[in-house]
Write a protein that binds this ligand. Structure first.
Ligand SMILES: [Zn+2]
Length: 81
């Protein structure tokens, strides 16, 4: 069973900044937080994000989205190539 908040964010997109060319683009939140492959639309760099944490751990969807965007904007030390 998925958490109700997961359905709430099913179609939500978050900002992701490409570590290579610094382009900011939007990707589905679910893809980002599940570590699915995300591809930069500008330079086609592939990235995966790990360890973002689960939506259950945050008090609201807005707080979670903020956390995710902060995470993807930081240095991509968790980037796997
Ligand atoms: Zn790029």
């Amino acid at each position: 069973m998925s958490h109700p908040r997961e359905r709430e964010v099913e179609n939500t997109k978050v900002r992701v900044r490409c570590p290579e060319c610094r382009t900011t683009f939007h990707e589905r939140l679910q893809r980002v937080v599940h570590g699915d492959r995300v591809v930069c639309p500008s330079c086609h760099e592939e990235m995966r994000f790990h360890g973002i944490g689960h939506i259950h751990e945050y008090k609201s969807v807005a707080v979670y989205i903020h956390h995710v965007e902060e995470y993807t904007n930081r240095l991509h030390f968790s980037l796997s190539r």
